[in-house]
Design a protein around this ligand. Structure first.
Ligand code: SF4
Ligand code: SF4
Length: 313
């Protein structure tokens, strides 16, 4: 179902989300030129918005650290941010949310902590019109338009906001607005798509060549930045902070040696090359990478996706 809204109607829709108890967050640039989510109803859509440097949706559904249960009786502890409507989510991050949904809700068990927060999130994706620095989202089927992971996806086309339904909640929110014809949007999408490079996906397969793995491993400082910022990194560790009566879980990073450590100092993957291979198995083998480019933007060693793409292609 496709609808057609004016900008004033988009603002009206955001206000009705507020009336339903959602904190509406939209992108705003700070004095240093970085994008952060700001609460409220935007006066205008920030045309120059590329994406947040940090993965806001992942942080909303997977805060780190978070208390998960009490030691005394194993009773669960739930941490909530309340209802949040994210306006302006980029398609790569909506796609990443669909991935973390599958990871935490559709496998052997449903993660109740994730599930409770996820229920409180409303996603309004806004299609991209130009690629961000270091991104290759089109190659990974995650941009410039999202195929999943949103309640509503909007397309700003020459002053008109086309809105596509992605969930029952999205359908309900869009029901007051007039239906739209897909014709004009289709032509616009074809034009936008041309601006996004399409790399040879066949060459970006796991396992990655040993020479490339060594190249990346030699340059990696094991800082973990690429993992802290990756919207699809889902691994975590659990621990009991000193003096606390709860167990917390916090994000773990597969390029840090502790992640692979076993009893008596043994390791499943003792070398950086082993760890790098493991990371790429997840990103390209399982296919969790959305091509958002954050790892390349943050990497201090030229060892993240940008370097991999250059070597592999
Ligand atoms: S591996 Fe890099 S490009 Fe891929 S989703 Fe993670 S941060 Fe984005
Ligand atoms: S690949 Fe880059 S960002 Fe990732 S841990 Fe290594 S040095 Fe840090």
């Amino acid at each position: 179902m496709l609808k057609r809204l004016t900008w004033e109607q988009v603002r009206e829709l955001l206000k009705s989300l507020e009336e339903r108890g959602y904190a509406v967050l939209y992108p705003e640039k700070n004095d240093f030129g970085d994008w952060f989510p700001r609460q409220g109803i935007p006066d205008n859509w920030p045309e120059d918005f590329s994406n947040y440097l940090f993965p806001v949706l992942r942080e909303a559904v997977l805060p780190s650290p978070e208390p998960v249960f009490r030691i005394e009786d194993y009773s669960p502890v739930f941490h909530s941010y309340g209802r949040i409507a994210f306006f302006g989510v980029r398609p790569c991050d909506a796609t990443a949310l669909a991935y973390t949904d599958a990871f935490y809700l559709e496998r052997l068990f449903r993660d109740k902590h994730y599930e409770k927060r996820r229920r409180d999130i409303f996603v309004i994706a806004v299609a991209c019109t130009r690629p961000c620095e270091n991104s290759f989202c089109r190659t990974m089927d995650a941009g410039p338009f999202a195929g999943r992971g949103f309640d509503i996806q909007m397309y700003p086309v020459d002053g008109v906001w086309y809105a596509e339904v992605g969930s029952d909640a999205g359908r309900e929110m869009l029901s007051p607005y007039p239906d739209a014809d897909e014709g004009h949007l289709k032509a616009w999408k074809e034009e936008v798509l041309e601006r996004f490079p399409l790399l040879d996906r066949e060459k970006l397969r796991y396992p990655i060549p040993p020479s490339v793995r060594k190249f990346l491993a030699d340059r990696c400082f094991a800082c973990g930045g690429c993992i802290w910022l990756c919207p699809t990194c889902t691994c975590y560790n659990e621990r009991t902070p000193a003096g606390m009566d709860v167990v917390v879980r916090e994000q773990d990073a597969c390029l840090l040696s502790g992640y692979h450590r076993l009893a008596k100092g043994a390791s499943l993957r003792p070398t950086m090359e082993d760890m790098m291979g493991f990371r790429y198995e997840c990103k390209l083998g399982i296919g969790s990478c959305t091509g958002c480019g954050r790892c390349s933007t943050t990497c201090i060693g030229y060892a993240a996706m940008e370097a991999y793409l250059e070597k592999a292609l």
